[in-house]
Write a protein that binds this ligand. Structure first.
Ligand code: SF4
Length: 337
């Protein structure tokens, strides 16, 4: 199946099976723009009952600007993520200010509107104006990676460029709007993340990745959650600006290094006095993340049985780097040294 036949097969499938959606039957640019803002992070079934009433209230960018941002936010009720309502109002205002109230058909001008990125600008341009701009979203990315058997990780910069290239090559120049919607629809209904229904796919005979669709697209490995350990150190300071430290055990992390006293698990810092300042630092170790919090407490006398002396003397002994950093911060904040 050559590429022209693939495009035709996809288009035929879309035109005979696509869901009827109001922004598809009347794809005027402003209507498409509103639908794209509404559909970000929101399901079609949530948008459907609110779409036409919203457009009756704001039939054009100028009508939206005249109504004001608060009216847009209140009409957005039920759609969630109100940041999008504010972004849509800002985009409508920019259309009025920069383009005399007419949604521009130029990709760069669309991308310059607030809240409009690469995906939304290509969707508005292709669906609303028939501009040959390929849309790439998660669905399109998946279909293309499988269709062309792309084994490069799609979320890395090179992978993104490769997917965009494939999308540009595959785009149907005579009907880019329907082509883009067909690709998104195919990804949503047939070539799904965990189940590809290859037997009913219009691109089956052209698809080189259908044998290993489950392994495609290649996504970045999920980072394993790193266990976190939290420790607290006591930065006790007496009236002379002296502090107290001890040497760590010969085994374990930071072995033999001088260190502040550690607060035992369940022990309260209040036993030593009032905490007047605290600083936290995090260190990534081989299999865990260590968060150290140092608590500055002003005391009348320092506990015995440990090393005591000026803060500078403690730092000169060479404590673990994160502890030294915390002590320097707490000491300089409070002009102790
Ligand atoms: S044939 Fe299967 S893997 Fe290939 S695009 Fe169609 S549904 Fe996806």
């Amino acid at each position: 199946m050559e590429i022209g036949q693939q495009r035709q097969a996809l288009l035929r499938w879309y035109q005979t099976t696509a869901r009827e959606l109001p922004w598809r039957s009347h794809p005027e640019p402003w209507r498409v723009m509103v639908s794209e803002f509404m559909l970000q992070q929101t399901q079609v079934k949530t948008v459907l009952p609110r779409y036409e009433p919203f457009l009756e209230r704001f039939p054009s960018p100028q009508a939206m600007v005249d109504a004001g941002e608060e009216a847009v936010i209140s009409a957005w009720a039920g759609l969630g993520y109100y940041r999008r309502a504010r972004a849509l109002f800002a985009a409508a205002s920019a259309v009025v200010d920069r383009h005399q109230g007419v949604v521009p058909n130029d990709l760069d001008a669309l991308r310059a509107l607030p809240g409009v990125g690469a995906y939304t600008s290509a969707a508005i341009a292709s669906i609303g104006f028939g501009v040959a701009a390929a849309v790439v979203d998660g669905n399109v990315e998946r279909v293309l990676a499988r269709l062309r058997s792309m084994h490069e990780p799609v979320r890395k910069a090179a992978g993104r460029r490769a997917i965009q290239r494939l999308a540009d090559e595959f785009l149907n120049p005579s009907d880019p709007g329907d082509h883009n919607q067909a690709m998104m629809e195919l990804g949503a209904r047939v070539c799904r993340p965990k189940r590809a229904d290859c037997l009913i796919c219009p691109l089956q005979t052209a698809c080189s990745g259908q044998q290993d669709w489950a392994a495609l697209p290649v996504l970045p490995e999920r980072k394993k959650a790193v266990p976190k350990q939290v420790e607290q150190r006591l930065f006790l300071i007496d009236a002379h600006g002296h502090t107290v430290w001890r040497r760590r055990p010969a085994d374990g992390l930071y072995s033999n290094l001088p260190d502040l006293l550690e607060l035992a698990v369940g022990e309260s810092a209040a036993l030593y006095g009032e905490v007047t300042a605290r600083k936290t630092t995090t260190q990534r170790l081989s299999h865990r993340e260590l968060e150290i919090e140092a608590l500055r407490i002003d005391v009348d006398g320092l506990p015995s049985g440990y090393h005591t002396g000026p803060v500078g003397a403690f730092l000169a002994e060479g404590p673990p780097t994160p502890v030294a950093r915390l002590v320097r911060q707490l000491a300089s904040d409070l002009e102790v040294g």
